[in-house]
Structure formats: structure tokens, C-alpha cells
Design a protein around this ligand. Structure first.
Ligand code: PRT
Ligand code: MG
Length: 212
């Protein structure tokens, strides 16, 4: 049996159709169930459906053999004990810095920038790589609010259409990374369940490729 950790929310909505294309469906409807473990149409595979941010952790510790998670979540986790197997090319967006429109063309003069983000590690790494000092304030949501109420000078967050930034009078500044969903594996499972995993990766690679 292999266990696959899926991220609930928007990633799940786009992952289920991919799985369906390779003949795998969940027995119960994950949108109308309080279950956390789901059986599938194939009896050698089961799914756990958890928060996106928890997927790398479940896979790292072998609680799941495989996982589907955004590159953002994977990078923020650090990737220890994980193998990145496939770009699923779904849930695409960009990890950006963003600032209030009024400071769009103002140089960053503050010695120590204040940055609000859910991605503390990535934000710290980014500003450091640019030779800037930043104090990163961890928020769990509504990042866009932080510069509006004086909590931060800028934010690091995901941008897809740009509507959320626009609605809050913020503008994109620097691109940190292009993001899409990745299939990841526990490093030990790659050895012990190699054949099963390789077969699944091949099947998924085929449907992902055919969609481009
Ligand atoms: O809420 P919870 O902690 O459970 O998890 P989550 O919010 O991380 O889950 P969810 O379902 O929102 O999925 C998050 C994953 O989807 C991310 O890790 C990305 O890999 C991927 N993804 C793709 C996105 C977006 N696009 C996206 N646009 N995740 C979030 N957003 C948000 C963004 O944070 C911002 O608030 O959408 C807003 C911006 O969208 P636009 O279109 O207005 O620019
Ligand atoms: Mg969310």
C-alpha cells in the first residue's frame, strides 16, 4: 500500500482530475466527508488530505510515501528527506514581494525592512540574497493588510491574477520564484517502493505532458 498526502483546498481541486486521468478516484467525496484517510479505486493506494503546509512534513517522516504540494510549501519546508519527482504544472502562481502603490517608485531606504509573510524562511533568504536586511513578521493570512496598517513596509506572498494586490492598493515588486505543484516522495520510500512509485510517476508525467 502506498499513502499519498494531498493538499486540501485549491490544489486538491486540480489534483483529483489528474488522478482521474490515470484511473484513480477516491471512494468517498472529500468535499462532503470529514474523513482524513481516503480509500481509492485502486486498492494498493490510499490518500490523506491535509493542509498544504503539512504535506512536506508528513512525507518527510514517512507518514505518507508521496505528496502533492506547491513549490512554495516545499521550499519553505526546506526539502529535508524529500525527493521532488514531478512538476504537475497545476496551481501556478508567483511568489512576489509587493509594496503599497504610493511607495512603488520609492527606493528601499530603511536600514531594516519590515516584511510580513507566511513564508518566513523564503522571505529571509530572498532579502539576504539581495544584500538587504529584513525583519520578517510571520502572518498566517491577510498579508495584504500589513502594509496598509503600518505593520510592514512590504509583503512576500503568492500572486496569481493580481486582483488581491490591486484591491488593496499594492503593486508587485520583485519576482522571487515561479510556483507550481510538485509530486514529492519520502526518500526511504523511493528505495522500498520504487517500482510502484516509478509507475505512478510515469503515468502522471504522461497526462501532465499531454496537457501542455
Ligand atoms: O489555508 P491553509 O493554510 O489551509 O492552506 P493554503 O492557504 O496554503 O491552501 P490553499 O488551498 O489556499 O492552497 C495554497 C497553495 O495553492 C499554495 O501553496 C500555492 O502552491 C497554490 N496557489 C496557487 C495559491 C495561489 N495560486 C494563490 N493565488 N495559493 C494562494 N493564493 C492566494 C494568495 O496567497 C493571495 O491571497 O490567492 C491570493 C492571490 O491571488 P490573486 O489571483 O488575487 O493574485
Ligand atoms: Mg488558504
Amino acid at each position: 500500500m502506498i499513502t499519498v498526502a494531498l493538499s486540501k483546498g485549491r490544489i486538491l481541486k486540480q489534483t483529483l482530475p489528474l488522478l482521474k486521468k490515470i484511473g484513480i478516484s477516491l471512494v468517498d467525496d472529500p468535499y462532503n466527508s470529514r474523513k482524513l484517510i481516503f480509500s481509492a479505486s485502486r486498492d494498493d493506494i490510499q490518500f490523506v488530505i491535509i493542509r498544504a503546509t503539512d504535506v512536506p512534513t508528513f512525507v518527510q517522516f514517512g507518514a505518507a510515501d508521496l505528496g502533492v504540494v506547491g513549490k512554495d510549501g516545499l521550499m519553505e519546508h526546506g526539502g529535508e528527506g524529500l525527493c521532488e519527482l514531478l512538476d504537475l504544472r497545476i496551481s501556478q502562481c508567483r511568489l512576489m514581494t509587493a509594496v503599497p502603490r504610493r511607495s512603488e517608485n520609492v527606493p528601499r531606504t530603511r536600514k531594516r525592512l519590515r516584511v510580513a509573510s507566511k513564508y518566513v524562511r523564503l522571505a529571509q533568504q530572498y532579502y539576504q540574497s539581495q544584500g538587504m536586511q529584513a525583519e520578517v513578521i510571520k502572518l498566517y493570512g491577510a498579508m495584504e493588510l500589513a502594509p496598509l496598517v503600518g505593520l510592514a513596509d512590504e509583503i512576500v506572498d503568492l500572486v496569481e491574477t493580481g486582483n488581491t494586490l490591486r484591491a488593496n492598493d499594492l503593486v508587485e515588486k520583485d519576482l522571487i520564484a515561479n510556483i507550481s505543484c510538485r509530486l514529492i516522495a519520502n526518500a526511504a520510500s523511493m528505495r522500498t517502493r520504487h517500482q510502484q512509485i516509478a509507475q505512478l510517476v510515469d503515468q502522471l508525467a504522461e497526462v501532465v505532458g499531454s496537457e501542455q
